[in-house]
Design a protein around this ligand. Structure first.
Ligand code: ADP
Ligand code: MG
Length: 710
């Protein structure tokens, strides 16, 4: 009975209990304030000061009743994490005492010192002023950490000069840009009635690894970098596919359940949990939401995943490639467009020809956007961590292409010959036994090798890395699609007139779409994206293959990108340049930390163990030969080990000298890191891993892959 009541509570009263939404608001606001607040949340209407004061007071009452003494403006600077500066509600009461107070002014705006956040070239460090501005469309929430409760208010973060210094601002602007262009398409089709806005929706599938905390503590690389820099593969990987969707270990399940409980209380609709492909790898996926909210929720989800793991004596690794040789982790970005009346614009479910053409218009805009800006979308997912994942086994390659699936492919092929054919929604699946219900079959199969796949009613952008701040790739995706919708709307508006018959309109629309599709279909690929054939074919088609950050990040500095983002008001030239610089610097800094961690581990852990074993072997050789026995194989082992120790040391010297001679200029520095530091690190790893395979277990100074993953 208790369990039943628990479940009822979890999906009932407790859901969203830590957010300023629903009853928590309704009980506390006057009807006028409630209505105005609602308008703001739904239609982005501005709030006046009096209402803001009322909302702030209600928020404070709610927060203090829930045990908060402090509030913070919660934002996403360009660090890849979230930031919060706590202020107490305390204020002088004018009579020598203090009271809890929170005004509209404090709710709407705060002024954290911006000097220590990355700003690219926008600001000098002595220019400290930055503002956070309340985003009323994302609910305030109470975070509980170390038993302490804090009211967190989602905000945007901008400089004193008004430039965005965060991830949320460009995202919100990109959603506006997309909405404006999508509305034009709806007007062309006459489906805009009652629609005020088009939103994007997002559901992020978060993959992660779990390790025992004592293993984590014993590995400087996990602690410093979130991934192993050394370590030879265990004899077993995921060849047997026995982990994927396998039964979830009890310890992990109780961790997942606690994560979900925390998420539900924060109003985050966690839905799916399962084992992933690699040993110790798991996934969590929520129900999809509006993109802005989904992005804020994703940032909270990552922090809940990390925090709760420690309570269960585990550490949650969100890195894209914590372990070499087994699958990395992604954050599949399920993305669609929906009107505020609830119509999914990427759903082919429609009964009319015009409906079908409207669906194809949005699909063609995505195809065109991806073809024109594959480089930019690749740059959107470029990070030091993702460099190890993209193109490695079981992750999509760095070449961006679209998988349409068989049915959409067929419809698009018809379109190319100027015909409109009906989208067949499903067949049925005969399981060959009468006892089982007939299954409806999806119009297309899945393709897990594609970086960007159409899956029935949305696109799944699979190249996004597991640590990614989702606001960034979504801002870019929205903008490139907005541009193509703009282009297509221009064409259609120019040629269509009100007095045309539906049939004539249909013909013109088909012509426009045919042109778009034929010019950009080279980005469509329905085969195996892992195969070498595809890499060759993609090269013939002229699709960019930007392998690492040094190849991809410069795209953000291009004129084409600058024009695109400023044209749609998503980022000004300086704002984009700032991000470009921050990403370059972040990459070089991260790899620098990895390199120095590796040097330290090699010099203080691996080399000493190797030298001890070298001495043991030398002693064994001497002892054996002293009694007149040929030391043969032992001597051979000693020679091997000695060779490896030399290789290891040489690679380390290389790392050091490369690190010491990095150019100042950011792009050149990243080039040099990718082309010289990383290969030297790879050499050091190869030598160290070979040593690990020789040195006796009792001398090896850190947990091995076998210890950590099995
Ligand atoms: P998969 O089979 O791809 O692993 P999952 O169930 O793990 O699927 O995740 C699919 C994700 O896609 C979920 O987060 C789900 O809410 C999301 N999703 C479904 N429909 C849409 C949509 N229209 N827009 C955005 N995301 C969606
Ligand atoms: Mg999944």
């Amino acid at each position: 009975m208790d369990r039943v009541r628990d479940v009822e509570r979890l999906f009932g009263d407790e859901y969203g209990i830590l957010t300023f939404t629903g009853e928590n608001i309704r009980r506390r606001l006057s009807p006028t304030a409630l209505r105005r607040f609602d308008q703001t949340v739904k239609y982005n209407e501005p709030l006046d000061e009096a209402i803001a004061d009322e909302i702030a007071a209600a928020m404070k009452d709610w927060a203090t009743e829930n045990g908060c003494t402090h509030y913070c403006h919660w934002f996403q600077p360009l660090t890849g994490a979230t930031a919060e500066k706590h202020d107490s509600f305390i204020n002088m009461d004018g009579e020598g005492g203090v009271i809890a107070e929170f005004s509209g002014e404090m709710l709407i705006r705060s002024e954290p010192d911006a000097s220590s956040f990355p700003t690219g070239s926008i600001r000098d460090t002595w220019e400290a002023r930055g503002y956070t501005a309340w985003d009323p469309t994302s609910p305030a929430f109470i975070s509980i950490n170390g038993g302490e409760r804090t009211l967190c208010i989602p905000t945007a973060f901008v400089s004193w000069t008004g430039e965005s210094l965060d991830q949320k601002t460009p995202l919100l602007r990109s959603i506006d840009a997309l909405s404006t262009q999508a509305m034009r398409i709806l007007r062309v089709f006459g489906t805009d009635k009652g629609v005020n806005r088009v939103q994007t929706t997002l559901g992020c599938e978060q993959e992660y690894f779990l390790v025992h905390d004592e293993d984590y503590e014993a590995r400087p690389d996990l602690k410093m970098c979130g991934r192993t820099l050394l370590g030879t593969a265990a004899p077993k990987g995921h060849q047997l596919d026995d982990h994927y969707f396998g039964s979830i270990p009890g310890k992990v399940l109780s961790y997942m359940a606690e994560v979900e409980r925390d998420l539900y209380r924060l109003g985050i609709p966690a839905k799916t949990r399962h084992n992933e492909v690699a040993p110790h790898q798991f996934e969590l996926a929520p129900l999809f939401e509006g993109t802005n909210l989904a992005c804020d929720h994703q940032m909270q989800t990552m922090s809940v995943l990390r925090r709760v793991a420690r309570k269960h004596n585990m550490v949650c690794l969100l890195h894209e490639k914590p372990f070499a040789g087994v699958n990395g982790s992604g954050k599949h970005n399920n993305w669609s467009l929906v009107t505020d009346t609830g119509h999914n614009l990427l759903s082919p479910k429609t009964t009319s020809q015009m409906g079908q053409l409207q669906f194809l218009t949005f699909v063609c805009a995505v195809v065109r956007g991806l073809d024109l800006h594959a480089d930019l979308l690749r740059a959107a997912v470029a990070s030091a961590g993702n460099d190890h994942r993209l193109g490695a086994n079981e992750a999509p390659p760095a070449i961006l292409s679209i998988y349409t699936g068989a049915e959409l492919e067929r419809v698009l092929e018809k379109l190319e010959s100027g015909e409109l054919t009906e989208f067949e929604h499903s067949g049925t699946l005969d399981l060959g036994t009468t006892a089982m219900p007939t299954l409806e079959r999806h119009p297309g199969d899945r393709n897990r090798t594609s970086p960007f796949a159409f899956i029935g009613n949305r696109f799944e952008f699979r190249a996004v890395g597991s640590t990614a701040v989702p606001a960034w790739p979504n801002a870019i995706l929205n903008t490139i699609v907005a541009e193509s919708l703009d282009h297509i709307a221009d064409q259609m508006e120019e040629q269509l007139t009100d007095d045309m018959s539906t049939e004539d309109r249909g013909k013109i629309i088909v012509d426009v779409l045919r042109d778009v599709y034929t010019s950009h279909k080279r980005v469509v690929f329905n085969g195996d994206n892992y195969s070498q054939d595809w890499h060759d074919e993609a090269e013939r088609r002229g699709l960019p293959n930007l392998r690492g950050c040094a190849d991809a990040l410069p795209v953000l500095g291009s004129e084409k990108a600058t024009e695109l983002f400023s044209k749609y008001g998503v980022m000004s030239g300086p704002e984009l340049e700032a991000r470009h610089m921050v990403l370059l610097e972040t990459y070089a800094t991260l790899v620098g930390i990895e390199a120095r961690t590796m040097l330290r581990m090699v010099r203080t852990m691996v080399a000493p163990a190797a030298i001890r074993h070298q001495a043991e072997l030398a002693e064994a050789v001497a002892a054996t030969e002293a009694v007149g026995i040929d030391a043969g194989s032992v001597r051979g082992r000693l020679a091997d080990l000695t060779g490896l120790i030399t290789e290891l040391e040489e690679a380390c010297l290389d790392i050091e000298s490369n690190l010491g001679s990095l150019p100042e200029e950011e792009e050149a520095c990243v080039q040099s890191v990718q082309r010289s530091v990383i290969p030297a690190m790879d050499r050091a790893r190869t030598a160290s891993d070979a040593i690990e395979r020789i040195v006796p277990d009792d001398l090896w100074p850190m947990p091995t892959y076998l210890d950590m993953l099995f």
